[in-house]
Design a binder for this molecule. Structure first.
Ligand code: ACO
Length: 326
């Protein structure tokens, strides 16, 4: 059996935060941010909004796009670096919000690679015939776990959500995938406190340990390396070459990461989806939001071969090759 995407949706908060607003908060400039990251704007959720709210909106749109009802969903897989809470799973909260009463629900924690891990997992449940319709959601309210006093990180992130419905398809679909992890790099990118290693207390709050910490240079080098290797892996596994690929949709972290990896692959930048200028890094939501935008822009057509490639905290990485069904 083959698994493919039969519906897609995305949802972004209305509030746009341009670089000029960051100039007022930390010691930075619009020029520095644009030159070093390519980011111009990001979206910021309202104070009462959590990841499940954005995820539920994107999920409703994806289910509608698939011409299904919420009751038709058998399983919800939610990926988020900024979940509503440690437990219950954000997937369960989304399940309740959209009234997907027949769905099992669980979270995947693979940071920015979460959507690629989720999609790969969903495909297994479809290919074995166990489930008919699996919803995969990537949703983030990173603005609430960002340290707005740290200019190294606060310029990078944004809020948003994207979702897809994965079901059985006759042709094409999710052709090959490749996932990787290296926990020895866990401390390069982390949100250290609030778990059992550093439980929340006065000191963790005072020392700002509940916010994202990142070694930007090391993550940068890692990202370029695995972007290239994961892309090559899925293409080889599918017995294709990069010439056969119509579009690469990478995790939207930094334009310099994308440029460097694409140069190594000798792949034309015109066939790479980039929208990080508008939204910044939305972690697990980056790829589904970019994929939905690519569909709306007519950059993906039925039968096109596309690669989703991601990297993030864990460290984790992965890629999926899809022959587009919609
Ligand atoms: N404004 C102005 N200056 C700054 C800023 C800022 N916002 N941030 C850092 N600087 C300064 C630094 O202090 C440093 O100054 P110094 O030379 O006086 O010490 C200088 O700029 C250069 O700093 P670098 O960190 O070397 O800058 P770099 O070019 O590496 O860019 C960045 C930093 C943008 C963070 C880059 O390293 C990067 O994109 N890394 C990867 C991040 C990423 O992709 N994360 C993805 C995963 S996210 C996830 O999984 C949740």
């Amino acid at each position: 059996m083959r698994a493919g995407i039969i519906g897609i949706g995305s949802f972004l908060p209305d509030k746009v935060m341009p670089n000029s607003e960051l100039e007022k908060i930390v010691d930075t400039t619009n020029e520095w941010i644009v030159e070093r990251t390519g980011i111009l704007n990001r979206r910021i959720a309202q104070a009462h909004i959590s990841s499940s709210d954005l995820g539920a909106e994107a999920a409703r749109l994806a289910i509608k796009d698939a011409n299904l009802k919420a009751e038709d969903i058998d399983m919800i897989i939610s990926a988020s670096s900024s979940p509503d809470c440690t437990f219950p799973a954000t997937a369960c909260i989304i399940q309740d919000k959209i009234r997907a009463i027949n769905a099992a629900a669980f979270d995947i924690q693979a940071a920015c690679t979460g959507f690629v891990y989720g999609l790969t997992t969903a495909a297994q449940f479809i290919m074995t015939g166990k489930y008919k319709n699996v919803l995969v959601v990537g949703s983030e309210v990173l603005s609430k776990v960002t340290d707005w006093q740290d200019r190294n990180t606060c310029i990078l992130f944004g809020d948003g959500a994207g979702a897809v419905v994965v079901s059985q398809v006759q042709k094409g679909g999710i052709t090959t995938s490749f996932l990787g992890a290296d926990g020895s790099g866990a401390n390069l990118l982390e949100l250290p406190a609030g778990g059992t290693k550093e439980p929340a207390d006065y000191d963790t709050v005072k020392n700002r340990r509940h916010y994202i910490k990142m070694n930007g240079n090391e993550v940068f080098k890692f990202a370029v390396k695995v972007f290239e290797s994961s892309t090559r892996r899925v293409v080889e596994k599918a017995n294709l070459t990069l010439d056969d690929i119509d579009l690469i949709i990478p995790h939207q972290a930094n334009i310099r990461i994308i440029d460097a990896a694409v140069r190594r692959l000798k792949f034309p930048i015109e066939r790479v989806m980039v929208n990080l200028d508008k939204y910044g890094n939305m972690s697990s939501a980056s790829i589904p939001v970019a994929m939905h935008e690519a569909v709306r822009m007519g950059k993906i057509k039925k039968g096109d071969k596309i690669i989703l490639v991601a990297f993030g905290a864990g460290l984790t990485w992965g890629a999926v090759l899809i022959e587009w069904n919609l």
